[in-house]
Design a protein around this ligand. Structure first.
Ligand code: SF4
Length: 253
């Protein structure tokens, strides 16, 4: 067996999107996504986890209670209070809508595919997958990949993958919902319906990803240093490829 085959990641939405990200660096990808010796957690990601924990009392790591840094005087920051408010609103909303939580933070895993589902719930009397989001974007923001103002052009790999994976494991297709809470007080409850064509495209995407990632593993995970990316990289102090100066761009005029 080719040894490199063991060194490829599980196929998950984040593994796919970070592999094809224009800022991809093979050295970082191997450490963060394949070997998991390092992790990248932005403040926005931490806020999302704090929200999830306060809303449903669970998070991806059972033994860790996510917390935002306290103010110098020991009190919660304004963001912390906002997140607490949103979490309380979540509890009211699911009660008012009659949503019943059946299971929380379910690890979906089979045949090298994985994902973590925030909630399995009963929505309108029907078993469904629900993913919780907290965002600091405005309700009508369109230009950030994390914004929710332009649903048609957002990346929906996550719901497609989860619907596919749930079926792959349990043999049934479940509805998928996003329940999105904006820091500004807005809420969106979005059902994502996936067509057969989209599902088929996703299967092709996963096949291509498996081929591409194996080729990259065989090539030794190509480093792609970039000053801005290296500065925020968890490997910065130990990586022999890290750069602190901008790359010289050559143009011909
Ligand atoms: S420090 Fe730079 S080159 Fe090294 S892994 Fe991180 S992003 Fe890649």
């Amino acid at each position: 067996m080719n040894q490199s085959i063991k060194h490829v990641p599980n196929i998950s939405p984040s593994a796919i999107s970070s592999f094809y990200d224009e800022q991809y660096c093979g050295t970082q990808y191997k450490a963060v996504t394949v070997d998991r010796t390092h992790s990248i957690e932005s403040l926005a990601m931490l806020k999302g986890k704090v929200f999830e924990y306060r809303a449903i009392g669970a998070t991806t790591k059972e033994d860790e209670v996510p917390q935002l840094p306290l103010l110098a005087g020991g009190g919660p920051s304004a963001d912390d209070k906002k997140i607490a408010e949103c979490a309380e609103t979540f509890k009211e909303v699911i009660k008012d809508m009659g949503i019943e939580i059946l299971e929380k933070q379910i690890r979906l895993e089979k045949d090298g595919h994985s994902g973590i589902l925030d909630m399995l719930a009963k929505v309108a009397g029907e078993k469904a997958m629900v993913d919780l989001k907290f965002t600091e974007t405005k309700e009508d923001d369109r230009w950030s990949p994390y914004a929710w103002g332009d649903l048609d052009n957002r990346d929906h790999t996550q719901p497609v993958h989860y619907i596919w994976l749930w079926h792959h494991i349990h043999g049934e297709y479940l509805p998928f919902y996003y329940l999105v809470f904006g820091k500004g007080g807005w809420i969106k409850f979005i059902r994502v319906k996936v067509s057969k064509a989209t599902m088929s495209e996703h299967e092709q995407k996963m096949e291509q990803f498996a081929i591409d990632v194996k080729a990259e593993a065989d090539a030794g995970w190509t480093p792609r240093p970039d000053r801005a990316k290296c500065a925020k990289c968890p490997l910065f102090h130990t990586c022999e490829h890290a750069v602190t100066t901008p790359e010289i761009q050559v143009i011909s005029v």
